[in-house]
Design a binder for this molecule. Structure first.
Ligand code: ADP
Ligand code: MG
Length: 294
């Protein structure tokens, strides 16, 4: 059951059951060494993520899903990924987060100057990578505020910062509720239990705001939402966006992109990004479907 709950955010809860087959290579933890690796050349200072020729298979069946994905994300950019069902969008997102269901078979991913593929999922989360899932899990018996406090403290601990107690943490989280348009009583409810679709998605954005992630991957945050809920979620995302953090959002709908303006739109097809452009791609898609693009 534990692994069904895979999420970098949850990993501090489930790390004991993390599969051993994941390679643990040389993730550099000494701050000195990290600085040495992170020192970027002047032309790449604004690079956040660089994916080159990424290929990946399903770990169990060895079926190839990603067949050479290329993507560059800079600080402050919003990237949208669109594409038919089954084209590999969620797989790409999960590979970025380090999901154990997939094995990378080729290519590279640099994140903040580090080799992302050498990092465990929780190390990725600590490095500011956040992923929101298509279907956020419910955690019965754990209140939202306790969960957020634990996740936040786990990141602080790993960063060598002092943890926040419940009262201090409340002071930290309360102003963020406004960003995502949630009432205080939301914090005392169990994580996602009985939340509406829109509330679950806004709760994910609250987690993102609390963790202060620099790179957020949002997989179909618009799925199953009515127009009002969609607007609320989009407002929440816009509320936490700054010129520093970047977003990769997977969506099927132009309407989300009208609220959260993407810097680039990519079309994924059969495990590759086959086209990149601006909002006009999404408009063509909406009018004429994928046949107009592929
Ligand atoms: P998208 O998000 O674009 O709809 P996915 O990345 O979810 O596509 O899936 C791409 C293909 O890989 C689909 O055919 C899907 O069934 C398959 N797939 C992805 N993950 C798994 C898995 N863990 N086990 C079996 N098949 C999978
Ligand atoms: Mg998907």
């Amino acid at each position: 059951m534990a692994m069904a709950l895979f999420s970098p955010t949850f990993s501090f809860r489930i790390s004991t059951s993390a599969p051993q087959r994941r390679r643990r290579r040389c993730f550099v933890q000494s701050s000195q060494a990290t600085v040495a690796i992170e020192a970027p050349s002047s032309s790449t200072t604004d690079l956040l993520l660089q994916v080159k020729d990424l290929s990946a298979v399903i770990a169990e069946s060895k079926q190839t899903i990603l067949k050479g994905v290329n993507l560059t994300v800079r600080h402050g950019e919003v990237h949208a990924v669109m594409g038919k069902n089954g084209s590999g969008k969620s797989t790409f997102a999960k590979v970025l987060a380090g999901h154990p269901d997939y094995e990378v078979t080729g290519g590279s991913i640099m994140y903040k100057g580090l080799d992302l593929l050498e990092m465990e999922p929780e190390e990725r989360a600590i490095a500011g990578l956040f992923m929101s899932f298509q279907s956020p899990v419910e955690i019965p018996g754990v209140s939202n505020i306790d969960f957020l406090n634990m996740a936040y403290n786990a990141r602080r601990r790993k960063l060598g910062l002092p943890e926040l107690g419940p009262i201090e943490f409340y002071g930290y989280v309360a102003p963020k509720l406004e960003l995502v348009n949630m009432k205080t009583d939301f914090l005392n409810r169990n994580v996602n239990e009985g939340f509406s679709g829109g509330e679950k998605k806004r709760n994910e954005i609250l987690q993102l705001a609390v963790l202060g992630a620099e790179f957020a991957i949002l997989d179909e945050i618009d799925s199953g939402l009515d127009v009002d809920a969609l607007q609320d979620v989009a407002k929440a995302v816009n509320g936490v966006l700054t010129s520093k953090n970047s977003v990769l959002m997977i969506t099927h709908y132009l309407r989300l992109l009208e609220f959260i303006k993407p810097t680039y739109i990519h079309i994924m097809e059969n495990g590759r990004i086959v086209k990149t452009g601006d909002i006009s791609i999404a408009e063509t898609l909406e009018r004429e479907g994928y046949k107009a693009i592929s």
